[in-house]
Design a protein around this ligand. Structure first.
Ligand code: SF4
Length: 346
């Protein structure tokens, strides 16, 4: 495949565009279980959890789940469970203290040199462990005419050299808007890099279409796209084609995963994930300890087990395939390394 061929946009076969895929994403847990031939009584799927935060699972992602398997690691990331409604000590609505790092609407500024923009409050998939599942998006969702204060904030702080598009999922915004705001940011001389944190190219690979590639490659900014892939089963041929296409267009690709109980808490799974990521041009960069967000305690893994996984991975893989094991703390000036001694910072 040549560099200018972008998958999923073939005029020969009708493929639903990403907006169509979003529109028909599964919003009903019973429908999801039915599609997977799973008896709902086998799992503690919860109406209460669904009402608190609805399921959203796009079909290209659901098609990668194993039929009839209640333990499928992709299913476990999206199905609302009764355990989400338990109140667990230490798990809060704002585990990273982002509400204290929100200087103007649309901007989260925690670390030196980098500022994060809430580009879109929407996501293509609702990951049940998401640390922003309670984020006050209503105070941070800006219309196109409301971005000037955020842009002024970036322009006035010359220490900021990198802008991070986040959300929600920034690629849930449309390409006209993304082209517009990227041009505005590129016009600020001290900003050098644009980092995009997204799960959309994974869950709906057709999101990376010609108009997306256009704004990604039209800018002077160096683009880094950070994927969020937790399990090797999430990667199929369409994901592989998409990643390789982005790579050929000069986009740096990194991955950050989250350690999740009953999803990827196994050395073999993590080793397979690293191998597969590298095959498709994505560097396994970070693996995060779960952020302690209310509703996600059932995914938590203790630090002893995490360090064991890290040591086993180091013994199994070359160093460049072992992601950095990290965690975030409210008020800290960087991520912290989960290693001995535990206070090392990256
Ligand atoms: S922000 Fe990321 S992790 Fe959270 S629900 Fe959206 S896609 Fe999932």
């Amino acid at each position: 495949m040549t560099a200018d061929i972008i998958p999923h946009t073939s005029p020969d076969a009708h493929q639903p565009c990403w907006q169509e895929q979003l529109a028909v994403a599964i919003r009903d847990p019973a429908e999801l279980l039915k599609r997977l031939n799973i008896d709902p009584t086998q799992l503690d799927s919860s109406d209460v959890a669904q009402q608190a935060w609805s399921i959203r699972a796009p079909l290209p992602y659901v098609q990668r789940m194993r039929k009839g398997d209640i333990n499928d690691p992709l299913l476990r990331q999206v199905l609302p469970l009764g355990a989400e409604m338990l109140s667990v000590a230490g798990f809060s609505h704002d585990p990273l203290g982002e509400e204290d790092a929100n200087p103007v609407a649309g901007v989260v500024h925690k670390y030196h040199g980098r500022a994060l923009l809430i580009i879109s409050p929407a996501c293509a998939i609702h990951c049940r462990y998401c640390f922003r599942r309670h984020f006050p998006y209503e105070d941070n969702t800006l219309g196109k005419g409301e971005w000037q204060t955020a842009l002024d904030y970036l322009a006035n702080d010359k220490s900021i050299s990198e802008v991070i598009y986040s959300g929600g999922d920034p690629l849930a915004a449309n390409d006209n808007f993304l082209l517009w705001i990227t041009e505005k940011i590129a016009a600020i001389p001290h900003i050098k890099r644009l980092r995009i944190h997204t799960r959309l190219p994974l869950v709906i690979p057709s999101r990376i279409n010609k108009s997306c590639i256009h704004w990604l490659t039209a800018t002077r900014l160096k683009i880094i796209m950070v994927w969020h892939i937790n399990h090797p089963n999430e990667i199929d041929l369409s994901v592989e084609e998409t990643a390789l296409s982005l790579k050929r267009h000069g986009i740096e690709l990194l991955n950050q995963a989250v350690l999740l109980k009953h999803v990827n808490d196994s050395t073999q799974i993590l080793a397979q994930l690293s191998e597969k990521l590298f095959e498709i041009g994505i560097l396994p960069y970070y693996i995060h300890r779960l952020d302690q967000v209310a509703g996600a305690a059932h995914y938590d893994i203790d630090d002893e087990k995490i360090l064991q996984l890290q040591q086993e991975l180091l013994a199994l893989l070359p160093g460049y395939l072992v992601p950095r094991f990290v965690y975030e703390q409210a008020g800290a000036h960087s991520k912290s390394a989960l290693s001995l001694p535990p206070t090392n910072t990256l």
